[in-house]
Design a protein around this ligand. Sequence first.
Ligand code: G3I
Ligand code: 9MR
Ligand code: ZN
Length: 547
Amino acid sequence: MGKGLILMRDAQDSVFVNQLGYPRQGLKVFTAAVSGKFELVELDSGLSVFAGAMSPLKQDPASGLAVAKGDFTGVERPGSYFVRMKESGAVSPVFVIEERPYASVGKALLKCFYFQRCGVELTEEYAGPWSHGACHLGDAHVHGNPEERHPQAGGWHDAGDYGKYTVAGVKAVADLLLAYERFPGAFVEPAGIPNSSGLPDVLEEVKVELEFLLLMQRSDGAVYHKVTTAGFPPLDCMPELDGAELIFSPVSDTATGSFAAGLALAARIYRGLDPDLAERCADAAKRAWRSLQGRPAAEGFRNPPDIVTGEYGDSSREDELYWAAAELFRLTGEAEYLQAAEALAEAGGFPLCELGWADTGGYGTLSLLDAGPGLVPEALRTRLLAAWVAEAELYAERSAADGFSISLLPEEYIWGSNMLVLNRAMLLIAAEELTGEQRFGQAALAHWDYLLGRNVLGYCYVTDFGAKSVLYPHHRPSEGDGVAEPVPGMVAGGPNLHLQDEAAAALLAGAAPAACYVDHKESYSTNEMTIYWNSPAVFVAAYAGRL
Ligand code: G3I
Ligand code: 9MR
Ligand code: ZN
């Protein structure tokens, strides 16, 4: 490769853009590790169509670099472009400016859930080269009671492993249903999945997980924390070859509480579309709620000694109860649930605005804020709105100061940091809707730009997309299928400064927090995928895709 091309390639690593491009009428901001003047070059003609000046270089603690920002928002002519820095000649990857640059990634992010399906054959018609046979069809036994066996087939594999974990599945379901509820127009076009109901593909896909979650509820209403094998199969084990015994781990309050919330939310969304499913979800949600009443919190879930798969430990159930009360109130209108939500919010002890798999209070708060006028006491609504807007203000302020315009502090580049990036974008999007303040939506889109390439490593963190894409995700089907390209549309976990796997520890020692990511199949603490990292991405894509 000629010197010039090497320069071009190396230079590409210092100008960071959204590699999927920018909507014609959206904000167009990028980051570079150099300052001075820049120009926007049209690819086909090689002509400079815009010239601008970068902001002054500023030390960026999270990335460890001194960086500057450039803005070419005024350019709206559709086409393919790249940024070139005047003095250094450094160039960005090529990207587009067009009406809907995120349509295909939005569909791929949603179709990823089809690729995660368990208990069904992924046919070549829909899965192409990533097809495989049906997997994990058999019943599972209840931990500690080998004679008690129940069906568990269906749902989505959690991540790069084949476990199915209630709290993780519920977050994914909630994000997808909230995305549909807020942006139904973003889900009109098919995503390329089998659809027998005629419902929008997102609702068809979520039904897969709902039918599975209904199998996770015990006869007394409590919900099993997970169903997995005792250990993780080898990294190259295809799902249909994973024949180890499946086990329902013990029930947990957090699984039961999040189940009650998620199934109540689903009952509300489906009640006019699939009355039978809605009814079953509503009934299951109420039984889960009832199983949590009138007794003190159980110990937070811990893996039994003979099970070493994912734990999803969480010692606090109050946020799940709060979310469940809010969703059951939205579903039924019954005062009992509103009073419970109010009391839990009053008692506090959990974050009111987090949208995680462990900290779920933000879903409860959003549900109450979305309730129609007059349904929620004014004092409570005022308090919740103030909390939500304060959080959005904090993230918007941090984004303005951050070299890559996102809200993560250096210490927040943890396992699944891309979920934090996307959850905050969700919060900012909701804040824009609640206040009408466009700056919140703009801050949300900066988080989206980060995911798709405007980050210190210059990665587009979604497989099969971007000029510099994730090639070696920690994902068993991608590793075992003999296909070079990974399953498409998967969001990688992202930088994790704690180097919590051997590959990360060996390859990332001394790297700045935002650079603690390695595209390596063994790096499960930076390079795995999960359904609840893809689900907030679908939500943000649905918002970004409307522009
Ligand atoms: O938030 C704290 C931070 O305050 C603290 O400074 C830091 C260092 O102690 O830890 C941070 O917590 C991290 C937590 O994720 C954040 O959510 C923990 O270190 C980290 O161990 C924890 O990792 C979880 C991981 O399982 C190991 O338990 C991930 O959240 C979770 O997404 C991941 O989930 C796995 C499933 O178990 C199995 N399937 C794949 C899935 C994704 O890797
Ligand atoms: O593949 C597993 C991944 O899904 C989990 O997130 C991760 C942490 O629990 O563990 C991975 O499994 C590894 C195990 O923890 C250690 N031996 C190697 C396994 C495959 O990488
Ligand atoms: Zn399976």
